[in-house]
Design a protein around this ligand. Sequence first.
Ligand SMILES: C[S@@+](CC[C@H](N)C(=O)[O-])C[C@H]1O[C@@H](n2cnc3c(N)ncnc32)[C@H](O)[C@@H]1O
Length: 229
Amino acid sequence: MNISDRLKRIAGMVNRCSSIADIGTDHGYIPIFLVKNRVCERAVASDINRGPVLRALANVKKAGLEGAIECRLGGGLGIVSPGEVEGAVIAGMGGYLIVDILEERPEVVQKLQFVVLQPVQHSVVMRKYLYNRGYDIIDEELCYDEGKYYEIIKARFDGVSRDAEDIYYEIGSKLLEKKHPLLKEFIHFKIKKNEAAINAIKEDSESARLRKTVLIEWNAKLKEMLECL
Ligand SMILES: C[S@@+](CC[C@H](N)C(=O)[O-])C[C@H]1O[C@@H](n2cnc3c(N)ncnc32)[C@H](O)[C@@H]1O
């Protein structure tokens, strides 16, 4: 089974453990990879939709791992009981949905040793939520796969609410600390995107002028960050 660089990076953030839940598993590739490579002894592969659960089940059978991976139909973290698994992966969904999934089941989240999260969009919302709502961000990864950047965040609930400067909700401090090899190009990509937005703004209202000023200030902060790398 060949899996994408994104999925390999997600799997690379998972601790060696006895059990993991992959929420929104779709094809089931993450739990299959983790069990096959002996990162986890067993896994629960779950999805809110029947089609993906059947797809995961077929792939699990093909890999001969029915004894180690259980496929479950259901939404979010409600498919496991508190303490049933050591860690959870929630990947390939929007940041708002990931936040909802974490928020819905505090009794499960509080017993997890780690969560590995990979938002496809709104990573800022997700990072801010993690900081403010009692999660310690343990590690972050960045990868470029099929023409897109993906941020992967590993965190643990410890109940301590944290604050950070807004810029650290956009650019993970762990990526900065470890001077991640892709970080410079990721920041350049963001600056370019903001510049395109700045140039497209017609200053025909107070809110448009404000938006332009905010983006200009934001780009100045991103450029400052580049100087530290
Ligand atoms: C784009 S796929 C991502 C699959 C895989 N995790 C990955 O990263 O490649 C998103 C999957 O999440 C499932 N999903 C959406 N909302 C969910 C929820 N609340 N709980 C569980 N699964 C959900 C969808 O049915 C879909 O199969």
